[in-house]
Design a protein around this ligand. Structure first.
Ligand SMILES: *Cc1c(COP(=O)(O)O)cnc(C)c1O
Length: 381
């Protein structure tokens, strides 16, 4: 079956549920066993304790695993927890890991404040390094963490080249695939071993549930399965249900996010207030050629840099916007905007701009309303 069909069919089985379309929300801690013999066979039961999974969690795992093209999937209570859990599963004291300098900032925080306490050495690399990453691989390098495109600055990484260098030295390639939602980039077809997503963003898609997913290929599945169990990680049933419900419309929503973001980006590129656009699908974005080669589409998140204006004016512009609300996160149905300063959090970045950088999430509103809102805001500049 094609992907649109699978997104409507995976993770549900009406025949086992009174003919009801959607799987029920199982709230569970204790699971009871009718006989002492069955109790003794605890490990053999797929459903044995709330934390180890219910038909509700299995449903979302089945759907995201299929979407990303992996072998097995696990859920976590947030996207950041998916990153933390995955890193804890695959690393040990004395290991060295390579982390793209462009990653979601809290990923760096986890590595710096938690992994480093376990004597794990971290090196940040230029996200545009490609196959030259082989020069940074040391005998104890265990894992290369990628995020493509990068948070805020949207560098598209050459994942196949990084994977080739990594696998030649027995390193695991991990990807934060949140931007593509698993729709526009298929990680396992490009050499990724373990993919994670903040399903809080596009998969859930309605700004109402926190959820993380970790998907592994066959080779790396047993370690994930066991590590996730040992860490006691589990996601909440109502949030799983909301995420599964959001996933049914993922592709139609993304198509509209894509369309609105591209139209906005093209329009912004004609505005005298805007110095440059950083959108993976537009030339001028670092790694745009790789995006063309490896991705099948673009989502709703991109950045722009304004010409240099007095801070008071850009603040007045942001405060005046009616449809572009300010808030961290993205992937919901609504438009968002946040100012950022990449130099504050980066080791490797060429950022000559003096103007304010803004990250924009194009929501599902009418494009003319979105343009009018920004145009009125630009009046303050
Ligand atoms: C939001 C985000 C996360 C973290 O997800 P939460 O569900 O908010 O914990 C991780 N990676 C990226 C790229 C994100 O944008």
């Amino acid at each position: 079956m094609k992907e649109d069909t699978r997104l409507t069919c995976k993770g549900r089985d009406p025949a086992s549920n009174h003919g009801i379309i959607n799987p029920p929300v199982y709230h569970a801690s204790t699971v009871i066993f009718p006989t002492v013999q069955e109790l003794r066979n605890y490990e053999q039961h797929k459903i044995r304790y709330g934390r180890s999974g219910t038909p509700t969690s299995f449903a979302l795992e089945e759907l995201v695993c299929d979407l990303e093209g992996g072998y097995g999937a696990k859920l976590t209570p947030s996207g950041l927890n998916a990153i933390a859990t995955a890193l804890l599963c695959y690393t040990a004291a004395g290991d060295h890991i390579l982390l793209a300098d462009s990653v979601y900032h809290p990923t760096k925080g986890f590595c710096a404040d938690v992994l480093s306490r376990f004597n794990i050495e971290i090196t940040y690399y230029d996200p545009l390094i490609g196959g030259d990453i082989k020069q940074l691989i040391k005998p104890n390098t265990k894992l290369i963490f990628t995020e493509s495109p990068g948070s805020l600055t949207f560098e598209v990484q050459d994942i196949p080249a990084i994977a080739e260098a990594a696998h030649a030295r027995d390193c695991i390639v991990m990807l934060d695939n949140t931007w593509s939602a698993g729709v526009y980039f298929k990680p396992f077809a490009h050499g990724v071993d373990v993919s994670i997503q903040a399903a809080t963003k596009y998969i859930g898609g309605h700004a109402d549930a926190m959820m993380g997913v970790i998907i592994a290929n066959q080779q790396h599945w047993p370690v994930l399965e066991k590590g996730h169990r040992r860490l006691g990680v589990c996601a909440a049933p109502d949030d799983i249900y909301l995420t599964l419900r959001g996933a049914r419309s993922l592709k139609v929503r993304l198509a509209q996010h894509q369309k609105n973001a591209l139209e906005l980006a093209h329009w912004l590129s004609t505005r005298p207030e805007v110095a440059r656009i950083i959108h993976p699908a537009l030339p001028g974005c670092p790694g745009h050629d790789i995006w063309r080669r490896d991705f099948t589409g673009s989502s709703g998140l991109f950045s722009i840099v304004l010409n240099p204006y007095d801070r008071k004016k850009t603040d007045a512009m942001l405060n005046s916007l009616k449809l572009f609300a300010m808030g961290y996160s993205w992937g919901g149905y609504e438009s968002l905007i946040v100012p950022f300063n990449p130099k504050a959090t980066r080791e490797h970045i060429d950022w000559p701009d003096k103007g304010q950088a803004l990250r924009i999430h194009a929501g599902l509103e009418d494009i003319e309303d979105l343009k009018a809102d920004l145009e009125a805001g630009f009046g303050h500049l």
